[in-house]
Write a protein that binds this ligand. Structure first.
Ligand code: SAM
Length: 308
């Protein structure tokens, strides 16, 4: 898609009746960025349609991965496995523990978590296709006795209070606008002392340009994501949810290389489904190396928390 067409689409998007602003949800958030608040149904249908292709493109998982720096020539498989491993280490789960994988995708992180730690894992997704593929993966990898996947909404968790030792949320929170609510749900199902490790999309710069905001919102809508938050907002989200935040780390400098790689994968993929064509079109003509070398107005963070 040309920049002009993207601008035109962004204009339509901004003008959409009933479009909400962040203030409608979080009066304290200092942003007037218009947001899409994708429903669990829309997110689930997106992954039903695209989970398989996304898993191919991201080389097995569906998250951004982690690069060590500009000279790191890892492929997507190595980079995504590295971020999964980082998150597993932060969770500190072990044999005998029960871990909730909140937003499990097609199951690769949960399978790795079970295999490397011996913990039991319950993975949830709002996509029935995700759950079917994740279940097949656990069987194929011989860990079906440790891993169980089911369809459930993170905003309304169907588990008893205190039933998990740890919760992993790798790439799922960016789909949820009300971070405080999802963290409250997590706090409810964690036992006292239980840990949470998550990644989330963050806003780092200030968009003064209305068009930049509209374009970003079009991109977020294509991915069925909600508006990013500021990393520092997590102190408040934790407080409101009854969790103690132990760590907030901005990892943007380690994830910014992903886009160049996934656009190359999409170019090589052959026929992409319509949702992926829309995403691919946003990157048409973009010089990714220039983007990597420029300021990063948006990015990615890790947060670690525990229930006191
Ligand atoms: C970017 S994918 C990440 C998948 C997986 N964690 C991985 O890293 O490969 C996001 C996942 O979060 C799930 N998700 C998004 N919103 C959710 C919600 N409200 N409840 C449960 N799962 C959700 C999606 O269905 C999808 O499986």
């Amino acid at each position: 898609m040309s920049l002009d067409r993207l601008r035109a689409r962004a204009r339509d998007f901004t003008a959409a009746p009933g479009s909400l602003t962040t203030r409608d949800f979080h009066p304290n958030v200092e942003s007037t960025r218009a947001v899409q608040a994708p429903s669990a149904k829309r997110v689930g249908e997106f992954y039903d349609r695209n989970g398989r292709v996304l898993t191919d493109i991201f080389a097995g998982s569906m998250h951004l991965g982690y690069w060590l720096g500009p000279d790191d020539d890892s492929d997507l498989k190595a980079a995504t496995e590295r971020l999964t491993e980082i998150m597993i280490i932060k969770l500190r789960a072990g044999a005998g523990d029960t871990v909730l994988d909140l937003g499990c995708g097609t199951g690769k992180p949960a399978v790795r978590l079970a295999r490397t730690t011996g913990a039991r894992v319950v993975g949830i997704s709002v996509s029935t296709e995700d759950v079917a593929q994740a279940t097949a993966l656990a069987q194929a990898e011989g860990v079906a006795d440790l891993v169980d996947f089911r369809v459930a909404d993170a905003m309304d968790l169907p588990f008893e209070a205190g039933s998990f030792d740890a919760v992993l949320a790798l790439g799922s929170i960016p789909h949820i606008l009300d971070r405080t609510h999802v963290l409250k749900q997590v706090a409810q199902v964690l036992r006292p002392g239980g840990r949470l490790a998550l990644t989330d999309a963050i806003k780092r710069g200030n968009e003064v340009d209305e068009m930049a905001v509209a374009i970003l919102n079009e991109v977020l809508d294509a991915w069925r994501q909600a508006s990013p938050v500021r990393a520092s907002d997590y102190r408040r989200f934790g407080r409101e949810a009854g969790l103690v935040i132990d760590e907030i780390t901005d990892i943007t400098e380690h994830t910014k290389y992903t886009y160049r790689k996934i656009y190359a994968e999409m170019d090589a993929y052959g026929e992409l489904p319509p949702d992926m064509v829309r995403i691919h079109d946003h990157g048409e003509g973009v010089d990714w190396v220039e983007v990597e070398n420029g300021p990063q107005p948006d990015g990615m963070m890790i947060a670690v928390a525990h229930r006191p």
